[in-house]
Design a protein around this ligand. Structure first.
Ligand code: ATP
Length: 310
């Protein structure tokens, strides 16, 4: 179990993590999402004691990382797959890790097998592709057979086969009663892997929900050639509930209206005499729910293309 209590990290006047309180439970895969710069990696570094919190605490099974005698037996982590000595073979890297934690050498062969890295184990890590480095990183995280796994973007660089493999692996680890905490930007992947989602925005908790709740989040997506009057009418009645969500690539605009059913939005469009091309409940995919949740907290946003929907 991982517990964060009012965890805060400031770099100068930048607050990377802001009063974050969470409990991550055994037996579940918890997904960690948020826009670039939201503070996900910083949170993970604070849990591993790689950075000191400005205030608040992060504990694993009730103890700070620094107080764990053999940390790899308690928590396995993958933060940066390329943080391996390039001149060392994958096997030597894992052997050194195993020795430092008094783990039996046979465990190295086991995790190499588990991650499909046996054949590449005698090659130098510097020659590995990103996907192979990710696998080696996961092998390292599993080495101590820990009850808690924490992985930062583990599917980054993996081929479709690898993506499916890690999904099955993480689900299996949670089914064994382990605590699995995993960040990703791949919504469709998270939708299939995580039981619970934690969304961070500008260092703060934006949402902490079971996946099932996020996938059935209310609201309506409406599409049509000219939804400006509809957006204005919705905003006049309930400010902050209408949001342009189309990509601006076609002449059809798309509006997401929170807190209203398709029937209500359809009736309003009818009263305004607006033609519609589509009307459907919102939040049916994780990506839609996520975009709604993080709209306010995106720091690094690309400009909408000229003539776009915004
Ligand atoms: N060592 C540091 N010194 C100064 N600022 C930092 C440092 N580490 C992180 N930050 C800042 O803290 C904020 C959070 O960064 P962090 O890397 O935790 O975000 P993230 O959610 O992991 O982003 P991404 O999805 O892009 O990986 C950013 O504004 C970042 O610039």
């Amino acid at each position: 179990m991982i517990e964060l209590r009012n965890l805060t990290k400031r770099y100068g006047d930048k607050t990377a993590v802001d009063e974050l309180s969470l409990t991550l439970e055994p037996g579940t895969v918890t997904g960690f999402l948020g826009p670039n710069g939201a503070g996900k990696s910083t949170t993970m570094r604070l849990i591993l004691g790689l950075d000191a919190p400005t205030s608040g605490t992060a504990t694993i099974g009730g103890r700070r990382y620094a107080d764990l005698r053999r940390p790899l037996r308690t928590i396995g982590a993958l933060l940066d797959a390329k943080a391996v000595h390039p001149g060392r073979t994958g096997r030597d890297h894992l052997r050194a890790m195993a020795r430092s934690q008094d783990l039996p050498a046979r465990r190295v062969a086991e995790v190499l097998e588990l991650t499909g890295m046996t054949a590449a184990a005698r090659r130098r890590a510097g020659t590995y592709s990103l996907g192979m480095s990710q696998r080696l990183g996961i092998a390292g995280a599993l080495l101590g057979d820990p009850r808690v796994l924490m992985l930062d973007e583990p599917v980054n660089g993996l081929d479709p086969d690898g993506v499916r493999w890690i999904r099955t692996l993480l689900r299996g680890l949670a089914a064994e009663g382990r605590t699995v905490f995993v960040s990703s930007h791949l919504m469709s992947e998270m939708e299939q892997t995580a039981d619970r989602l934690i969304v961070l925005g500008r260092g703060r908790l934006v949402a902490d929900e079971p996946m099932s709740a996020l996938l059935t989040a209310g609201g309506t997506v409406v599409r049509g050639p000219d939804l400006g009057p509809l957006a204005a009418a919705v905003e006049a009645e309930a400010p902050g509930t209408a949001r342009w969500t189309g990509d601006g690539a076609t002449s059809t605009t798309e509006l997401t209206v929170s807190g209203r059913t398709p029937e209500e939005v359809g009736a309003l469009a009818h009263r305004l005499g607006l033609p519609l091309h589509g009307l459907a409940p919102a939040g049916r995919t994780l990506e839609e729910s996520y975009m709604n949740l993080t709209a306010e907290s995106i720091e690094y946003e690309a400009a909408t293309p000229a003539g776009g929907a915004r």
